[in-house]
Design a binder for this molecule. Structure first.
Ligand code: GTP
Ligand code: MG
Ligand code: ZN
Length: 315
């Protein structure tokens, strides 16, 4: 007798999927039947980790020889999507139905590129995912880069983002991170080599994750984690580890909407003399005034200008 049930996608490699009925953690294999397509989109993976799917199976615990068959994807609460940086318009769903996204960055090895970080944050805002910034490898920078840490904290703190300073190596800050993961589905994202897998391993040493041997490899663009996978933390909560993101195209939104997803700009924009206001040349612009008095950071504003220009170019 075949039965139809729902489960969550835990792992996706090629045409193979692993599912479980969260919050239970009994993984079983599944395959896709035919082609499941998302309406009007060009995503390369119609079924992503974190997706809730309807499946059919012959037994309660499908095995490798007789996997479950995924029939459809349930509507998503939210998701994070990566558009390729070129114009192919291809997009990849990084993860779906997450409660929060930890965006991991480091001051160096590899050096954080603020416009890139801002682009990930924008994507989270657009797709309704709560982002938390995690500044990892603090053991390397705590003393040597006091001013940079302070500046980083100021830029993102004033934008309204939480910044956690942690070290996967020494364990500093990981208790708080573990606490935040409890009872939630959390995405770990960021460029290659920032220590996403190391952090997850620091949260739960019993997990079997691959970690880069040497940071040199990352500087040459090699990725250690090559697929998307959800893990269960012994302390509670589920974590999705992802490969480092390299290129990240601007999400599909109208240029005039970009500022709506910069929380600090949205907050003051009601005081702009004109509405809509692009916050570039308009007189009486409250955003520009805030940049001048330092309450909106110049770095964030210049990321915004870059996105605005790019958005206009490709329309
Ligand atoms: N000093 C120091 N090194 C760290 C820390 N966290 C990670 N590393 C090192 O950084 C390198 C990359 O770590 P990974 O965990 O593989 O990085 P990743 O972000 O998962 O990389 P990808 O899987 O390629 O996306 C490894 O050599 C780690 O040992 C940390 O807190 N401090
Ligand atoms: Mg990794
Ligand atoms: Zn304005």
């Amino acid at each position: 007798m075949q039965s139809r049930k729902t489960a969550t996608v835990v792992k996706h490699t090629g045409s193979h999927y692993l599912l479980t009925c969260l919050p239970e953690w009994k993984l079983f294999p599944a395959v896709l039947r035919g082609k499941i397509r998302l309406k009007g989109s060009s995503v390369t993976n119609p079924v992503a980790v974190g997706d809730k799917v309807v499946y059919e199976a012959d037994s309660d615990m499908p095995a490798q020889e007789n996997p479950a068959v995924i029939l459809s994807v349930e509507p998503r609460k939210n998701y994070v999507i990566r558009k390729s940086a070129n114009l192919s318009r291809q997009a990849h769903i990084i993860a779906a139905n997450v409660d929060q996204a930890f965006i991991v960055a480091t001051l160096d090895f590899p050096e954080v590129k603020l416009p890139f970080l801002d682009r990930i944050l924008l994507t989270c805002e657009v797709y309704n995912v709560h982002p938390v910034i995690v500044l990892n490898k603090i053991d390397l920078f705590r003393d040597a880069c006091k001013e940079q840490i302070e500046a980083f904290r100021h830029i993102y703190g004033s934008a309204g983002y939480e910044v956690l300073e942690v070290s996967a190596l020494t364990g500093e800050g990981t208790d708080l991170l573990r606490e935040k993961c409890d009872g939630a589905v959390s995405l770990f994202s960021g460029v290659s080599g920032v220590g996403k897998s190391s952090l997850i391993k620091a949260l739960d040493p019993s997990l079997d994750l691959r970690i880069g041997e040497i940071s040199e490899a990352h500087l040459q663009g090699r990725h250690t984690t090559t697929f998307y996978e959800m893990y269960r933390l012994a302390s509670g909560g589920f974590i999705i580890d992802t490969p480092g993101i390299r290129g990240f195209g601007l999400v599909d939104i109208a240029p005039e909407e970009i500022a709506l997803y910069f929380p600090e700009m949205l907050r003051v924009s009601e005081h702009c003399r004109f509405s809509p206001c692009t916050h570039t040349h308009e007189p009486g612009c409250a955003v520009k005034a805030a940049v001048e008095d330092g309450s909106i950071s110049y770095e964030r504003y210049s990321s915004y200008l870059g996105m605005l220009e790019e958005g206009r170019k490709y329309r």
